[in-house]
Ligand binder design. Structure first.
Ligand SMILES: *Cc1c(COP(=O)(O)O)cnc(C)c1O
Length: 380
């Protein structure tokens, strides 16, 4: 973002230049179809397999358990509908949470319309699912549990390992949407007992329109796209080789030092924003994504604050990008027990590894000014 402060990295990030450079090679030189048998095809196929191995390694999976997709939306749809499709209607109960991304909630609604029973687990004030609630709601009809790893609006990281162990013990498949956590929070699909896991490239400085789905070997999954049988038959269509290469490069280039730096900038931002009177932190203070800051400003209509910050060329969000244009209260904040009061602004500031302390300081000072001006105008 030229000449502005971009703090909406939970919605999308800039492409890491090293990912861009790696992609260019497979768009302009080695552009052959990876399914072709000639030498050029093999070069593309080898690049795709290296990408698969790298993504697999990041989550302690095996290369043949990674399916490249067009992003986390497709991965979530394939996970939920694919598990249901393979079960052939034998079990018709699914457990999820009230704070999932639309890419999980919408497929759930479709399944309800088809006669499935879906349990939407409530969360506590910090946005945490209680693993005991998962256990209590599993019946002999339960096919799948789908609980996200980290929430896109409030950054809360769920107790995925406890939930996974319960699912394994009960013989229920476990899917997690890791679009926000992949490459930021350590993931071990075996230790965490995860059967299916969704990832997206553009949340970690990879390109838009690429993602992956981890499917534990032997998990029954029905393809949602038919065609040439690519991706082990789970996802037909010529693979986006350059996209997979860029995704992989971006994941490799997100280092522990970047995560530590983001976490300390996050803590700096939270501390200073909370020093503005009548503010609260949404989400958990301890189980929190390294780049998420979500603050509630009492007596400040969100649209007004967003507009003030936009005028100062600061890009933030009121929640998820997908719902920022509709006026109804965020389903995530509602689930935390926040009233749907229009006169409270919840603003998400999401950082990236390229965010500087100067940018954060600028955003804090402009936010403090705007909040003060808006409150005075409303006689708060
Ligand atoms: C961004 C996001 C998605 C959607 O990913 P796309 O790659 O944009 O389709 C799904 N779930 C969560 C939690 C996300 O943050």
């Amino acid at each position: 973002m030229p000449k502005g402060v971009y703090l909406d990295n939970a919605a999308s990030t800039s492409l890491d230049p090293r990912a861009g450079a790696a992609m260019r090679l497979y768009e302009t030189i080695h552009y052959a179809n990876p399914s072709s048998v000639h030498a050029e095809g093999k070069i593309a196929a080898q690049a795709l397999e290296r990408a698969r191995e790298t993504i697999a390694h990041k989550i302690r999976a095996k290369a043949h358990e990674i399916i490249f997709t067009s992003g986390a939306t497709e991965s979530d749809n394939l996970a939920v509908k694919g598990v249901v499709g393979a079960a052939g209607g034998r079990k018709k109960h699914i457990i999820t949470s009230q704070i999932e991304h639309a890419a999980v909630l919408e497929p759930m609604k479709e399944l309800e319309a088809q006669g499935f029973k879906v349990t939407y687990l409530a969360v506590n004030k910090e946005g945490l699912v209680d693993p005991n609630d998962v256990r209590k709601n599993i019946t002999r009809h339960t096919l799948l549990v789908s609980i996200m790893h980290a929430n896109n609006e409030i950054g809360t990281i769920q107790p995925i390992e406890e939930i996974g162990k319960i699912c394994k013990e009960k013989g229920v498949l476990f899917h997690t949407d890791a679009a926000q956590s992949f490459a930021k929070v350590p993931i071990d699909v075996n230790r965490m007992c995860i059967d299916v896991l969704s990832m997206s490239a553009h949340k970690i400085h990879g390109p838009k329109g690429v993602g992956a789905l981890y499917v534990r070997a032997g998990t029954p999954l029905k393809a949602q796209m038919s065609g040439g049988g690519q991706e082990f038959g789970f996802r037909a269509g010529t693979q986006n080789v350059a996209g997979a290469v860029g995704f992989t490069k971006a994941a490799e280039e997100l280092k522990q030092k970047d995560i530590d730096r983001m976490a300390s900038l996050r803590d700096y931002a939270i501390k200073h924003l909370l020093s503005i009177p009548h503010t609260r932190l949404n989400g958990s203070s301890t189980r929190r994504l390294c780049n998420n800051v979500n603050i509630l400003f009492e007596g400040v209509p969100s649209g007004e604050l967003l507009m003030h910050l936009d005028h100062a060329r600061i890009a933030v969000s009121t929640g998820s990008a997908c719902s920022s244009l509709d006026i109804k209260a965020s389903h995530v904040l509602t689930a935390l027990g926040e009233s749907a009061d229009e006169a409270h602004a919840a603003i998400r500031f999401s950082l990236s590894k390229f965010t500087t302390k100067e940018e954060v300081k600028y955003a804090i000072s402009k936010t403090a000014q705007a909040v003060d001006a808006i409150r005075r105008a409303h006689n708060f």
